[in-house]
Design a protein around this ligand. Structure first.
Ligand code: PMP
Length: 350
């Protein structure tokens, strides 16, 4: 077709399956197995549908204010978007506009290279060490037009200490360092203090994991006032109304209840630690996860085979094709019951 020569061809990111059948155990997209705070249901019940006639507040002020209160960060240092995917995609376009390559690990959130390719951003993937850890030294000496580190990293689950990250930030004050903290509430150390201290640090978080709000689609970021202004300038040159009124209202309620999500995260952490023991007994090895998933490899059975056999038993986990990781399964931490079903199935298969 003649018009195809004008198409901007992209290779899309492949999200995990969202199967609709009943009775499945869904451990494939790192969702929280527990519902969001009851404050959300209350806010939704009280929501006046008539207000949907109007456009939503383009600044999402109620949501930003709730986040500001909850984290004790000034409102002008907070940016919100439609999930952290939206926040990260905007940050890539806003801050990575140079010639030098943006640096991130070879094994990390697989959306980073998809965005870089889609937006024409030069990048270089720095291989993780043999044990899947990040060697910050390899970033410190390198030429960079930006740096992106997921901390804890996905799909490995490993966390970096803050002083290591600070070394990277200090060595690269002439470019923006994005710290993607999608999983930080499950045992990582947040770089929020770095975002408050250094003008080149953007810390990105999400409500999708620890706050059980993946379907609500709210991501947020903290940074220097000027960084946040540039992000907003980009947003307002792209789509003023990214956040719908329903999301803003439910999200504001979500951030009003800190105790609930902390308790839920603790529950997930306890289940994860117990799961580590069970998996080790079954012959799996894995990096020491600080997230709501475990990236595990069996000593005899390949990842692809385990993935298929679990699926036959209606248990969905994630398997990635790819050098160094195709032997692994990424298993999201579910409820105690769901994990029990997983262990029974693994026992049968193995
Ligand atoms: N960063 C990382 C490391 C992730 O694993 C995910 C979840 N797929 C995201 C960001 C995006 O999550 P969301 O858009 O739901 O906030």
């Amino acid at each position: 077709m003649g018009w195809e020569k004008l198409v901007r061809f992209v290779t899309p990111y492949t999200p995990g399956e969202q199967p609709k059948e009943a009775g499945i155990v869904k451990l494939n997209t790192n969702e929280n197995p527990y519902p969001p705070s009851p404050a959300v249901a209350k806010a939704l019940a009280a929501f006046d549908a008539d207000t949907l006639r109007r456009y939503s507040d383009p600044t999402a002020q109620d949501l930003v204010r709730a986040i500001s209160k909850s984290y004790d960060v000034p409102e002008d240092q907070i940016f919100v978007g439609v999930g952290s995917d939206d926040v990260l995609a905007m940050a890539f376009q806003t801050f990575f506009n140079g010639e030098a390559p943006v640096l991130f690990p070879d094994i990390t959130y697989s959306f980073y290279d998809v965005w870089a390719d889609a937006f024409g951003i030069p990048y270089r993937q720095i291989p993780l060490e043999e044990d899947f850890s990040v060697d910050c030294g390899k970033y410190i000496g390198a030429e960079a037009g930006g740096i992106v580190l997921a901390n804890p990293n996905a799909p490995t689950g490993l966390a970096l200490p803050l002083d290591e990250l600070e070394r990277v930030v200090r060595a690269h004050q002439d470019c923006v360092v994005i710290i993607d903290e999608a999983y930080v509430d499950f045992g990582g150390q947040s770089a929020l203090p770095l975002a408050m201290r250094y003008e080149n640090v953007l810390v990105v978080q999400t409500t999708s994991k620890s706050r059980s709000f993946a379907g609500g689609r709210i991501g947020f970021a903290f940074g220097n006032k000027q960084l946040i202004k540039y992000l907003n300038d980009f947003k307002f040159s792209f789509n003023s109304y990214t956040m719908g009124s329903v999301s803003i209202a439910a999200g504001a309620a979500l951030f009003s209840d800190e105790a609930y999500y902390r308790e839920t995260a603790e529950k997930v952490i306890r289940t994860r630690e117990a799961a580590k023991e069970r998996l080790a007994e079954l012959g799996f090895s894995f990096p020491d996860s600080k997230t709501n998933f475990i990236f595990a490899k069996h000593k005899n059975v390949p990842g692809a085979e385990l993935f298929e056999k679990l699926k036959e038993r209606k248990i969905f986990v994630r398997h990635f094709q790819g050098k160094r990781i195709s032997d692994y399964l990424r298993i999201t931490i579910g409820t105690e019951d769901e994990m029990e079903r997983l262990f029974v199935a693994l026992g049968e298969i193995l």
